[in-house]
Design a protein around this ligand. Sequence first.
Ligand code: ZN
Length: 241
Amino acid sequence: MPWYRDLEPADLVPGALAVGWLGREHTFSTGTTREEVFRRLRQLFVDPFQPLVTAGSHGCTLCQFEPERRGTANLFVPGQGVIYVCPELILHYINAHRYAPPPEFCEAVLKCPDTRTMEYKKLFLANGGRSLLHQRKTPVTYVLAPGVEREIVRLFASDDVDYVRTRLAAQELPMDQHAPPPRVHIAVIWLSKGDRTRFDHELNGASGDWRDTLGAAGLANSDWREVLMRRGVDLSGFEAP
Ligand SMILES: [Zn+2]
């Protein structure tokens, strides 16, 4: 599951603020959460309205040895001029790991109508949900090559792997046939050196013009396959001119 600081824009769901996207390697606020907030959240997760489908099921990484809970759904909670998005695992984080979500989010949860009602839809649209709905058109373009997947897992912290994967798959690159995605993907990954901020920077750069990206990673010349092989990356099966 991607990690976000609470109330940071969740760029996997543009237009929404993240709450409860925790990860083992990051601190989070703890304390007592009002039980009614927990119970209301649980009700809302019975049938959450999910205008955007985000990929896959995620296990809790805070559990010491193995995840006791997994989650797939996300919930959108309208606040004061904002939409919060929280993952299903937030219930487990509160109950088992004493996670304390931000107070403004708790207030919004208590005020949140059932998700299938007109009242919910009105609140959702009035507080920023409209722009969020428009994101649905964004196509997810690339299936990542196995060699790319392996480099992500090798170089990034486990909390960041899904984030990197999802962004690479969704970020359209201005490609012509001479530089299809896997080569550029590897270049972005190498230049990021496992650092998420740097990854965002490199991916933004590559989405404008990837030639500098390839150059900086040493993959601009015709020997790029050999360079990859020397570093243990096998992109065979991927045809390029
Ligand atoms: Zn856990």
